[in-house]
Structures are given as C-alpha cells and as structure tokens.
Write a protein that binds this ligand. Structure first.
Ligand SMILES: Cc1ncc(COP(=O)(O)O)c(C=O)c1O
Length: 423
C-alpha cells in the first residue's frame, strides 16, 4: 500500500514497528561502507596473476622491440594500444596510453583547455570570462570536483533513461560560454544508464561553440553484469560523421578491469586533439610505466582474454547487486517512497527516495554504522536540490555485509518517509 494513502494511525503503527527494528540494528554496531565504488578483495585476488605476467629476465623487451624498463615510447606501447583498440573499438592510431588513472588524464586535459585553449588556434577558456560545463546529474562527483577546482561553472542537466535530457542540452549549448560537458555514456555513474543511439547522435551533431569539448568518460565500457550487455555507439566516429571530428575526447582505464591502484589509462581522440594532447604530454613525462602496460598485454592477450576476466569479475559482483536489488524489490515496491535503477553493468545502483528525506536516511544509516555516499555528492557543488538521490556502491562489502547494510538502509528509508508524512 502506498504510504501516502495510509491513515495517521496506520502510519504511527508502521513507525513504531520500524523504530523498533532500527534500534535492534543499532545494537549490532555495524561498521559497513557502501559509499565508494571500489573493487572487493575477491576481485583483486582474481587479478593478482597480472603482477607476475612479465618475467623480468626474458620479457621486458616487447615484440615491437621496445624496452619497457627504459625511457621512450611516450605515447604507449603499440601492443597495449592494440589491446585498448579492441576494448574500445577505436583504431590504435587514435590512442594515447597514460599511467594508472584516467581521472588524472581528464584533469590534465581540462587544465590544458583551461590554460591554453582546446586547440592550437582557440582562446584559453580562462581568458573568456565566465565559462560553463554541462553536468548530467546525478553524475560522478570527481568530475564535478575538477570543474569546481578550475573555476568552471557547472550547469546540472537532468538524466533520463536514454542519457542526458537532450532538449535541455541543445538549448544550453547555444550559449558560446558553454565550453563542454561530462558524459559517462555506458553504465553511467551512478544511474547505470547507457546513452541511446539517438542521444549519442544528437550530442555529436548539435550546434556548439567551436572550442566545446565532450569529456567522454567511458569508464565502464566493458563492465557488464548478469550476462547482459548494453550497446553504445562509438562517439568518435559519430562526431566525425556529423562534421564535428574534434568534439569528443574519450577516456577509459583498466582500473575496474585489472587493478584499481595499478591499472592502465587511455585517451582516444581524433588526430587534431591527439596531436595537441601529445604536445603537452611530451612536456609532462618522458614516458609512463610501460612495464605495467606490457603486463596487461601479456596477461590478457586480446579482447577475448579481457572478456573472460570480466566474466569472472561479474560472477563476483553480480550477486552483490542481486542482494541489494532483491531486498529493494521485496521491501520497497508499491510503497511510493523509493525508486531505483536495475543496471546491466557498472558499479552502482541509483536510488531516489521520497524528496526531502535523503539526508535523513544518510544520517540514520550513519548512526547505526552504515556509511553511504554523501547526499549531494552526485550533484554539482554537492547540492541535490530535491534531497532525494543516494548512490549505492555494492561492490566492496561482502554479500553478508551487504545484506545487513541493505536491511538497515530499507528500514531507514521507511522511517524517514514515515517521519516526513507524519509531520
Ligand atoms: C565515471 C568514472 N570515471 C573515472 C573513474 C576513475 O577512473 P581511474 O581509476 O581510471 O582514474 C571512476 C571511478 O570510480 C568513475 O566512476
């Protein structure tokens, strides 16, 4: 029964029941974290073999003749480009391989656009007065943190089941002070949405300022769950076809394929952007960790090897998602106080509770020992205007821990909703 259709007496009875259940949880003194999208120990253990994939006495020179332990080959091993080319479906000549973090590559790229312009001929963003970025929200807090750090003003854009609300985006980009947009196009963090073909094509073809850039953060490009797979169009070719070949710069990494602290990150871009990026990178480094790049090549070999490994990881992650989703379905359906995503991949479940209670839910969980992602973190400037969104990160805790944490979360949602309705 919908909570809002209950009589006051019914609501009070429910509140008493869940207050009691909540107090039973408090006694358990849980200490659980559902806040950050980190791989679990099990995932790390399944991947440890990568550290021994390169035999130091025989393997450190690659078939293309590159000594992985010396300086040189600053834009990445050809063998590693070939591997990423298969993963991303982008030709190897469009790739630049970096260190372990795609976020670092994004930061440096945005800093370059800010200080030097987004191309050889365009004016630095910092010299153009107030500039703006579109931020599909809920979105990835660390994107928002980069924009905030650089002083780029953020404009939230509503997320739909097909990606960002394109009517809103097309209207906003008419302003030439809008310089770019963050996109997590597949199994988006946190909504789990994969952008539809129409969304990708509208992003590629809409009219924008010439120096507008899309940060195409394909962090979950191959991170399927439950044996299901969403399909995403290749943004670089769509931009080319639409006559805007330099519009998008794509980023990805193996942080959630191999090891989050010891993966390999990549940029994919057209020739103009790639040349411009490489020119800056040549001032930054004489070369990233090629031994790690080569370990990835030796360990996975090709796309089939990566897919096999991802299916092992999916067997670890999927049951964790299932625990949370099953509990939500069983305990929250039909009450009118929460809606959640059921993604086919990625690292997150997106939960929207009754407007105005997310902060209270967060507080109740915290008091009883379960840490959730800070409410508001999924919105620019940390402000969720409706106090409704909670990002659930189910990968790190064990299935048992998740089961406890989800039960507490559900009780907290019910209590907070009842408190609000009784006010
Ligand atoms: C959308 C998105 N982009 C980037 C990252 C970070 O990637 P990396 O470890 O390659 O810096 C994350 C990590 O959670 C993410 O969710």
């Amino acid at each position: 029964m919908l909570y809002k259709e209950m009589t006051r007496a019914e609501l009070l009875a429910e509140k008493e029941k869940y207050s009691h259940e909540y107090n039973l949880f408090k006694v358990k003194k849980l200490n659980l974290d559902m806040s950050r999208g980190k791989p679990s120990e099990g995932q790390i253990k399944e991947t440890l073999g990568i550290l021994n994939a390169m035999n130091p006495s025989t393997d450190y020179v690659t078939p293309s003749g590159i000594n992985t332990l010396n300086y040189g080959c600053p834009d990445g091993l050809p063998e590693c480009k070939e591997l990423f080319s298969q993963i991303l479906g982008v030709p190897a000549e469009k790739l630049y391989i970096g260190g372990n973090s795609s976020l670092a590559l994004m930061f440096d790229y945005l800093m370059q656009c800010y200080a030097k312009g987004s191309s050889e001929t365009s004016k630095p963003w910092i010299m153009q007065g107030e500039v703006y970025f579109l931020c599909p929200a809920p979105g990835y807090d660390r994107h928002f943190a980069i924009a905030e750090y650089l002083g780029i003003k953020m404009i939230p854009v509503k997320m739909t089941k097909d990606g960002p609300d394109m009517d809103q985006v097309e209207e906003l980009v008419k302003n030439p002070a809008v310089k770019g947009m963050f996109c997590v196009p597949k199994y988006s963090n946190p909504t789990g949405v994969t952008y539809s073909d129409e969304t990708v094509r509208r992003l590629a073809s809409m009219k924008t300022a010439d120096d507008f850039r899309i940060i195409w953060d394909n962090a979950y490009c191959i991170h399927d769950l439950f044996g299901r797979e969403d399909k995403l169009l290749d943004m670089l070719s769509e931009c080319e076809e639409a006559g805007n070949p330099s519009r998008a710069v794509e980023f990805a990494s193996t942080s959630k394929i191999s090891l989050s602290g010891a993966g390999v990150a990549v940029i994919a871009a057209n020739e103009e952007n790639l040349t411009y990026i490489k020119k800056r990178c040549a001032r930054q480094t004489i070369g990233y960790d090629k031994a790690n790049q080569y370990r990835h090549v030796l360990y996975y070999k090709d796309l089939a090897g990566v897919k096999k490994h991802m299916s092992i990881l999916s067997d670890i992650i999927s049951p964790r998602f299932e625990v949370v989703l099953n509990a939500f379905r069983a305990e929250l359906s039909g009450l009118g106080i929460a809606e959640w995503s059921e993604p086919n991949g990625g690292y997150f479940i997106n939960l929207n509770v009754m407007p105005g209670i997310a902060t209270r839910v967060f507080g109740l969980c915290k008091e009883a020992g379960v840490k959730l992602t800070n409410v508001g973190a999924t919105f620019p400037y940390g402000k969720d205007p409706d106090d409704t969104n909670i990002r659930i990160a189910p990968t790190f805790p064990s299935v048992e821990e998740l089961s406890d944490a989800t039960s507490l979360l559900i009780i907290s949602i019910k209590l907070a909703a009842l408190e609000k309705l009784l006010k």
